[in-house]
Every structure is written in structure tokens, then in C-alpha cells.
Write a protein that binds this ligand. Structure first.
Ligand code: ATR
Length: 295
């Protein structure tokens, strides 16, 4: 028996994550290690929730007085109508990954974008402001990363996606949102090497948000015109299984700074932890807990 189970009593606050599937989530290990390190009387659980049960699950947060909950695939967007309020960045990104229960009022946040920004800052010493960001992919992760880039004052955001229509709808969404914060959104380029070659010489941050490279499937490095990339560009891969994808491995081999999506996971969790507990998150403890999984 670990310490956590023995510590549960009538004062214990419950937090957790809802998603489907959820059994591979690293969040319980990461958060419970952090609660343990700070001796906070909280416990974090994973709940598999079907789409049809989402509304009931959210009502349960209020009814049972949970401190908050993380929301993951496939519920990040569908959960919005069931909440009382949205933070500005959740509105900008159009998705919620963290709910905070403030005295019965459910407030939706998005800490994924913050996780991306902090990962770049802490692991590569680069900030988004005035940078040209090139994003490969247009799914959920791309929404958070593109939205945060606009919010944090990137000079430009360029999107490319296998299915052009999806890139178009993300760009339209960004354009609408960026009007609200007086920022420029960006542009879309075709899904081909020559088009990428034209944008890469000006790109400061190159981001993969597709699932290429996940669990060793596919290798995005084969599609990158490496000779067109500037010397000080930073590479980020939202995929973190494996922790270092072939895309990042090749970038590293060529001398570029690289950041694993694992750090986006850690920092999004850290921000959620801070929202729920009001305490400064023990980053090293959270990192160590997650890294143990990859050891
Ligand atoms: P997530 O929430 O992780 O971002 P998602 O919303 O399902 O996941 O998005 C997956 C992204 O990976 C999409 O941009 C998808 O491209 P399509 O819009 O064309 O489907 C991209 N993707 C997945 N497999 C891919 C592959 N083999 N080649 C190119 N793009 C791929």
C-alpha cells in the first residue's frame, strides 16, 4: 500500500480526468506524486466517460463537490455547453482541458496552450512573442498551440495539414478569435515539401501536432526539407510516445534544440494543479513521476 491510500479521510478532495479511452493517462501518477510531495489531502482519479454521459458527469462535479477535473479526448470541445464560465484562453482556443469548481460554479480553462508555451520556455529558452510559428497538423493539439501562439504575440502562424479543409476551419476560427485580441492570425500552405521549403527558412518554431511518429508509426523527418531550416530554429513534437520521436531525433542530430510534448503534458498539469490547490506546483516531482513511466 502506498501512502496515498492510507491518507484518505473525510476531508480528502477529489480531482481527476474524464476522457475515453483513459486507461493510459499519465495524469494520475503525475498529480498524486505532487499531492504527496506537498502533503496535500487530495486524490486524483481517471474516469472513462462515454459521450452520452458527459453532461451527467459534469453535473456530478457540482453535486459531489469535486475540486476540479481535467478533460481529455474526445470531450474537450463538447464539454463547453455544460460549464458556467470560460477563461479567455479557453475561449480563444475553443476547448477546455481543466474545470475548476469555484463554490459550485464550473469554470473552464485551457492549460494546454500554457503547457506548450512553458515547455518551449523552460526546455529551449524561447518565447512565442514575435516568433514565426510553423504548425504541422490541424487537430485538437494544433488548436491549443495555434491559439496560444496568437495569444502570446507570435508574429505569424502558418498551418499545413493533410486535409486542407481542416486547416481552413482552424484558420477561420483563429481569425475570429484573434480579432478579439487585436492579433494577426496566419496563413495556410499546402501539404507538400516544396510549399514547406518556402516557409521553413523564416520559421523560428517548428511544431508537429499530427500523430505521425506515435508509437513508432511513421517518420515525419522523411518529409522535412532539412536544408531550408534556419540554424536557431526550435523543434517541438506534441507526440510523446516515444518521448523523443524520430522527427525530434533527426532535428537534434542536426544540432537543433528540441522539446518533447512530454513537457507540454507536465506544464499543463502543473497549471491545473495550481488552479485547484492554489499552491505552487512541484515541477521536478511531476517530471520525475512522468519520466519513471518511460524509464
Ligand atoms: P489531436 O487531438 O491529437 O490533435 P486529432 O484532432 O485527431 O488529434 O488530429 C490529428 C491530426 O493528425 C490531424 O491534423 C490529422 O490530419 P487530417 O486532418 O488530415 O486527418 C493528422 N494526421 C494523423 N495521421 C496522419 C498521417 N498519417 N499523415 C498526415 N497527417 C496525419
Amino acid at each position: 500500500f502506498g501512502g496515498i491510500i492510507l491518507k484518505i479521510d473525510a476531508e480528502t478532495r477529489l480531482v481527476g480526468v474524464i476522457g475515453n479511452p483513459i486507461s493510459h493517462s499519465l495524469s494520475p501518477v503525475m498529480h498524486n506524486a505532487a499531492f504527496d510531495a506537498l502533503a496535500l489531502n487530495y486524490i486524483y482519479m481517471a474516469f472513462q466517460v462515454e459521450k452520452d454521459d458527459l453532461e451527467e458527469a459534469v453535473k456530478g462535479i457540482r453535486a459531489l463537490g469535486l475540486a476540479g477535473i481535467n478533460v481529455t479526448i474526445p470531450h474537450k470541445t463538447c464539454v463547453i455547453p455544460f460549464l458556467d464560465e470560460l477563461s479567455p484562453e479557453a475561449e480563444m482556443i475553443g476547448a477546455v482541458n481543466t474545470i475548476f469548481n469555484r463554490n459550485g460554479k464550473l469554470i473552464g480553462y485551457n492549460t494546454d496552450g500554457y503547457g506548450f508555451e512553458m515547455a518551449l520556455q523552460e526546455q529551449a529558452g524561447i518565447c512565442l512573442k514575435d516568433k514565426n510559428v510553423f504548425i504541422i497538423g490541424a487537430g485538437g493539439a494544433a488548436h491549443a498551440i495555434a491559439g496560444q501562439s496568437v495569444l502570446s504575440g507570435a508574429s505569424s502562424v502558418t498551418l499545413t495539414n493533410r486535409t486542407f479543409e481542416k486547416a481552413k476551419s482552424l484558420m477561420e476560427f483563429l481569425n475570429r478569435s484573434s480579432c478579439r485580441c487585436n492579433q494577426n492570425a496566419g496563413k495556410i500552405i499546402p501539404w507538400d515539401k516544396d510549399a514547406w521549403r518556402s516557409i521553413l527558412p523564416h520559421s523560428d518554431i517548428i511544431v508537429n501536432t499530427t500523430s505521425i511518429g506515435m508509437k513508432g508509426q511513421g517518420n515525419l523527418a522523411l518529409d522535412i526539407p532539412w536544408d531550408s531550416i534556419k540554424k536557431d530554429a526550435v523543434f517541438f513534437d506534441a507526440v510523446y510516445t516515444p518521448m523523443e520521436t524520430l522527427f525530434l531525433k533527426e532535428a537534434k542530430r542536426l544540432g537543433y534544440k528540441v522539446v518533447s510534448g512530454l513537457y507540454m503534458l507536465i506544464y499543463q498539469g502543473a497549471r491545473a494543479f495550481e488552479l485547484w490547490t492554489g499552491k505552487r506546483p512541484p515541477i521536478e516531482v511531476m517530471e520525475k513521476a512522468v519520466l519513471t513511466y518511460f524509464a
